[in-house]
Design a protein around this ligand. Sequence first.
Ligand code: ACO
Length: 323
Amino acid sequence: MLRSVVTGVGGYLPEEVVTNHDLAKIVDTTDAWIVERTGIRQRHRAAPGQAVSDLALIAAQRALQAAGRTPVDVDMIIVGTTTPDLTFPAVATILQRKLGAPQGIAFDIQAVCSGFVYALSTADGFVARGRSRCALVIGAETMTRLMDWTDRGTCVLFGDGAGAVVLEPGQGEGTTADRGLLGFALCADGGKQDLLYVDGGVSTDGKVGKLRMQGNQVFRHAVVNISEAVRAAAADAGVEVSEVDWFIPHQANQRILEGVARRLGIDEKKVISTVAEHANTSAASIPLALDQGLRDGRIKPGQLLLLEAMGGGLTWGACVLRL
Ligand code: ACO
């Protein structure tokens, strides 16, 4: 059977680093509060004029290079993003042009922080059916552009960045030893919209809007929802959570990462955490964490990975894959 195999990974973080101390100059907060409640120490911020497609472009080029592919090989681009360059066209088609990819389909997925997990699962529907030979799956965000810089409860949490993977079909035996995406679980509950949303949009007030969040309510749902999705994805893949080599969560808050790991009995040494340096980069956070783990040598080919996320919607989900 065909499997969707990750053959290359790349990430990009904008140059500017904004520390907690920098934010303490503009809102009533402290480095100690942010570190204690979230684990975040700094975040990256896109430069004026740097659009989300520019971030995605560098991540995509790095992922293609790692896979030994060129833009000419790419036949599908899916971008998980909440912060597109323009209302339309999709970031994916803008990226197709900037990348110089001459063929294929391109579209965005809007599932907020779950965007990468949703995009990867969607791409599997093409790649594992032989309908895409070389897919770019990307999470890219400029979340700092959605911040209300007077709201200390949200503006300290988010950062900008992009992460990309190349997915290619690989022949598997239909066992959990196969390389590729082995299982996933996706969920949504539109009834919880008020907990996390942006208060503007094209067909309402015509504005971009600012991110609004009832942080403690989101927190309460996160640990329970994510744990359920992880168990469902593991069951879909036919593996035990305890077999997983690396747990690569959406990087929202160190306390959520630890809470989910504890609930699932995952050793904290198996958790890849970038939340201190990257903050919450929404759909970009999982591929950025994967990239970091690969580059520092912790994650190795052949290992079993578990990815999970929850975001606005609410949306949540998890994927199990063998690298
Ligand atoms: N600095 C100092 N004090 C602050 C700050 C800050 N940056 N932010 C909030 N506070 C204050 C509040 O005003 C409140 O003060 P009060 O008691 O005087 O009213 C107090 O701290 C406690 O506020 P809570 O919101 O209850 O604090 P909590 O411990 O829940 O931490 C946090 C807040 C960090 C936002 C946490 O709830 C959280 O991480 N939630 C989850 C967010 C998340 O995971 N989002 C993921 C999805 S994001 C996406 O999909 C786009």
